[in-house]
Design a protein around this ligand. Structure first.
Ligand code: MV4
Length: 471
């Protein structure tokens, strides 16, 4: 087992990785940017190294800085967290060539699944249902038009190098297909340096269901059941839960087997996620693989009792997976909300700055993973998530009530947060019924438009209720 690990990330996930390392008796080296110098989780690390200025490109994405820190601090491995360098095959390769273990998949599997057209082909070969679509990349207008004719409109144009909603276009007729084809291509070329696109039939308002997988370096691969992430806004997840309310035992078995087949076809080791769309008739279709630990991994930890970061570290050190498929069980129901410093009344505009008061909730069934505290200054340079609040209870109904209660307890004064909108969604009849799909948040905001700028959200309020304003 490793003696010393460098954590190449910040915020919630840096703290999360440090916590598990400490429980495992592994020393940690935390790297930080100048903007994060005051972060409290740095105190839990055995050593801290500043790797550059605030801008991500010059710190958390700066490969030479991070590798230098790793060499100076003499670590054996690097945990990349999520985002930043976590799915960068070049970084994984550089780590390996410097004799530092990258705690993640091999560079080859990162590449195999990072190209979504390739991942789709792998899934198809493995006998896993994919969305009806093009046979590989679509190189020109003519092939795009012929493919769309075969599929029938509407279709989706997707960037092979994209994912998470970037570089996608919907087309409902020939002219919009032609313009969308070129738009998606140039957007992907500019964003990823790769303009490859492919086509899929557009599934209207699907559910987003993903399976957590774990594979070791010896060919053992299992799944840890599903998460439902259908409550999203512009491809940002707001709420995640496990189990999925739409799941049946038969569907779970079929999708879990499919997730394992896709990951095996990619020679995957590490923790990972296999994403599916599920349509109205409970047909499921593979869409992509995420080659990292995800933000929402913790709902899986709650229902399975398995520490996924610990598993990642054990797998990277070469251990044989100690878990078998039939020893993993889903117990109870876990729901997670992402607390972001954003203003839901201002189109989720980031709301960085000082947290004047931070009173975390607690009590039975609650887990809070957050690096924030009273007096913490949220830097404007990174994504705005300041924590994840989760409830784990015997039933979905109970978990939602528990989480709702905890959100009411939660006091964050200073920045605007997503807490008020999360409370409204948790109490919404469609969410309570588990009948929401990926169109739910858009429909909610269409029915409940935010107040116009300058009025409505900031009335003169009595001092007694002022403390509740950011809730
Ligand atoms: C789709 C789709 C409908 N049909 N593909 C968005 C993010 C990326 N992971 C895949 N996405 C979608 N792909 C086909 N063929 C609808 C979405 C989609 C979506 C998917 C999951 C969760 C939320 C979403 C919100 C809008 C669109």
């Amino acid at each position: 087992m490793f003696k010393r690990i460098l954590v190449a990330n910040r915020g919630e996930i840096a703290q999360r990785v440090i916590r598990t390392c400490r429980e495992m008796g592994i020393e940690t080296v935390a790297v930080y940017s100048q903007a994060d110098a005051d972060a409290l989780y740095l105190r839990q690390a055995d050593e801290t190294i500043c790797i550059g200025p605030a801008q991500g490109a010059r710190s958390y994405l700066n490969i030479p800085s991070i590798i230098s820190a790793a060499e100076i601090a003499d670590v054996e491995a690097i945990h990349p967290g999520y985002g930043f360098l976590s799915e960068n095959s070049h970084f994984a390769e550089v780590c390996n060539s410097c004799n530092i273990t990258f705690i993640g998949p091999s560079p080859e599997s990162i590449e195999a699944v990072g190209n979504k057209a390739n991942a789709r082909a792998l899934a198809k070969q493995a006998g896993v249902p994919v969305v009806p679509g093009s046979d590989g990349p679509v190189g020109d207008e003519d092939l795009a038009l012929r493919t769309a004719k075969r599929l029938g409109y509407p279709v989706m144009i997707k960037a092979a190098a994209g994912g998470g909603g970037r570089g996608m276009r919907i087309a409902r007729n020939d002219p919009s297909l032609v313009s969308g084809f070129h738009a998606a291509k140039s957007e992907a070329e500019a964003a990823f340096g790769d303009g490859t696109v492919y086509l899929e039939k557009f599934i209207e308002n699907p559910r987003h269901v993903e399976f957590q997988i774990l594979g070791d370096q010896h060919g053992n691969l299992i799944h840890l059941f599903e998460r439902d992430c259908s409550v999203q806004r512009r491809h940002q997840k707001l709420i995640e839960e496990s189990p999925s309310p739409l799941m049946t035992p038969e569907l779970r078995k079929a999708m879990g087997d499919a997730a394992v087949r896709v990951a095996k076809a990619a020679g995957y080791h590490n923790a990972g996620t296999v994403e599916f769309l599920v349509d109205r008739n409970r047909n499921f279709f593979f869409i992509e693989v995420n080659a990292r630990i995800q933000v929402e991994h913790s709902v899986t930890e709650l229902v399975t009792g398995i520490d996924l970061v610990e598993q990642q570290i054990r797998i990277a050190s070469g251990e044989v997976l100690s878990l078998r498929q039939d020893s993993v069980q889903q117990v109870g129901h876990a729901v997670e909300v992402r607390i972001n410093a954003e203003d839901p009344d201002r189109d989720f505009k980031p709301s960085p700055g000082r947290i004047d008061m931070f009173v975390p909730p607690g009590g039975p069934g609650i887990r809070l993973d957050s690096h924030a505290f009273s007096g913490y200054r949220i830097p404007p340079n990174y994504d705005s998530m300041i924590g994840k609040l989760m409830a784990h209870r015997p039933t979905r109904e109970h978990a939602i009530r528990c989480l709702s209660r905890a959100l009411e307890e939660f006091v964050i004064e200073g920045p605007k947060t997503t807490i008020p909108i999360l409370r409204k969604i948790l109490n919404h009849p469609d969410f309570r019924a588990g009948e929401h799909d990926t169109g739910f948040v858009a429909r909610y905001f269409a029915a409940n438009p935010p107040p116009p700028p300058g009025r409505g959200s900031a009335p003169a309020i009595p001092a007694a209720s002022a403390a509740k304003e950011s809730r």
